[in-house]
Ligand binder design. Structure first.
Ligand code: ATP
Ligand code: MG
Length: 247
């Protein structure tokens, strides 16, 4: 289990997380939704060790994810798809995908999974020999997601993977996440697209101004109006309907 306990994080005078606690049971699909600036990226980046908390802890299967061995644990068990796209522009699409599998021992299956990713995201197959830096923004994002999925980590952390993608590609992203979940990967998905995320996840948390203000299953959050309340309370904007505004 991945456990975040009472996390406080600040950037100078700006407090981004005010005592956030969440749990991701092994094999579960957990969502974190919240409006702009709620602290979603800060939460993922702190779990991945990119940002250091003021207080609180992150533990994975009982081991603290801070200190000397953190990088080793994170590299071995966790994979983060950060906000925005991180690809190697000078390398080809195929080389980027192969990089994603270097941590794996099952070389044969890894090759099969690369082929699978090119089916899920057809553009990656079509442009496999093209330099990644020459792809469009949305194409690079698909490549970044595919590469992270190919690492087949125990825990996959994703920061708004659907942002800026066309609706049909967003569908592919959610489909492939469901597939990985079924294959046993534990998923922590952070999104602004609230409805779809809580409906896909087993359990979700609503983050607002650095606090968890609601948690539950899709029906608990949707029937109780908790989702709307959190977004309205934050900045007056309602949660986005499925696929809206994702040109
Ligand atoms: N490097 C930074 N320096 C200073 N303040 C920061 C920094 N990064 C984030 N913040 C602030 O911390 C708060 C939380 O930001 P964070 O990026 O975690 O939110 P978010 O929920 O991911 O937002 P978005 O949906 O826009 O990605 C915001 O008030 C933000 O302005
Ligand atoms: Mg963010």
């Amino acid at each position: 289990m991945l456990e975040v306990d009472s996390l406080y994080v600040a950037y100078g005078p700006v407090t981004a997380l005010r005592g956030v606690s969440i749990k991701v049971e092994k094999g579960s699909f957990v969502g974190v939704v919240g409006p702009n600036g709620a602290g979603k990226s800060t939460l993922l980046n702190t779990i991945a060790g990119v940002v250091k908390p003021k207080s609180g802890s992150v533990t994975l299967a009982g081991s603290k994810l801070s200190g000397a061995r953190a990088e080793h644990i994170v590299g071995k068990h966790l994979s983060l798809v950060p906000e925005g796209r991180r690809i190697f522009g000078q390398m080809t699409v195929l080389e980027n995908l192969q990089l994603g599998t270097t941590v794996r021992k099952d070389r044969e299956q890894a090759r099969t999974h690369i082929t699978e990713m090119m089916e899920v995201f057809p553009i990656l197959g079509r442009f496999r020999d093209r330099r990644a830096g020459h792809l469009s923004g949305g194409e690079q994002q698909q490549l970044a997601i595919a590469r992270a999925l190919l690492a087949r980590p125990e825990y996959l952390l994703l920061d708004e993977p659907s942002a800026g993608l066309a609706p049909v590609i967003v569908d592919s992203v959610f489909e492939v996440l469901k597939r990985l979940h079924n294959e046993g990967v534990s998923i922590l998905l952070v999104e602004q697209v609230a409805h779809r995320t809580v409906e896909t996840a087993d359990h979700s948390y609503v983050l607002q101004h650095g606090n968890i203000v609601a948690r539950g299953t899709a029906s608990e959050l949707l029937q109780g109006g908790l989702l709307e309340a959190a977004y309205l309370g934050a900045d007056g904007a309602a949660p986005e309907p499925e696929g809206a505004g994702q040109a």
